[in-house]
Design a protein around this ligand. Structure first.
Ligand SMILES: [Zn+2]
Length: 195
């Protein structure tokens, strides 16, 4: 196979293939795989990129629950999802999440952390028993937790993208799970500061 490749690049029987003047590699060359001559070095220039992390802070009204969502997305790229189920509608809750982000919920007084389950009874809606504010939804499962934050509790609420209306209540359980897997923040930590 190699011999065949050499003959494609130069005179028959040549022991080395011509090296392109440009370090840029044409698409066709990249697809040669094992037929590429061994003497040739492909140079990939990776552009140096600096990833900016945005830390969106927020919390409940009385300060018992503090939120911190760390994401590479700018706030305008996060579109709050207004859930039309009867529970979220009563709270006017709208959720944001980014699968690659991290959500930390700091709890000052654990006895004032409320959890409510409705619908499929699979996920916990977290609220503050002191001031009554719904801050997030968390799906605890083996190996970790996923979740989404109530956009209205973020200090950056005004900078977020356009809200969209969603209707996950129309989905069956498997479809809901798949949705959470796709949309929700995969790294959620609930930290209790009092002991
Ligand atoms: Zn509170």
């Amino acid at each position: 196979m190699l011999q065949v490749a050499f003959t494609m690049f130069g005179a028959a029987g040549a022991l080395s293939a011509p090296i392109p003047k440009s370090p840029l590699v044409r698409d066709a060359d990249q697809c040669m795989g094992s037929r590429a001559p061994l003497t040739r070095t492909l140079i990939y220039r990776k552009e140096a990129t600096v990833t900016k992390l945005n830390v969106l802070k927020g919390g409940c009204h009385c300060g018992n629950l503090c939120l911190s969502l760390t994401t590479t997305l700018s706030p305008s790229k996060l579109n709050p999802r207004a859930c039309d189920c009867s529970f979220c509608a009563k709270h006017a809750a709208m959720y944001v999440s980014d699968p690659s982000s991290r959500l930390v919920i700091d709890v000052k007084r654990i006895e004032a952390l409320g959890k409510y389950r409705q619908g499929s009874k699979t996920v916990d809606l977290l609220f503050c028993k002191e001031c009554g504010v719904l801050v997030a939804v968390v799906w605890e499962r083996e190996g970790g937790a996923s979740g989404a934050v109530n956009a209205r509790c973020l200090n950056e609420y005004e900078s977020l993208g356009e809200p969209v209306i969603v209707s996950p209540q129309k989905l069956n359980k498997a479809e809901k799970t798949a949705r959470w897997e796709t949309l929700w923040t995969k790294d959620v930590q609930v930290r209790v500061s009092d002991a």
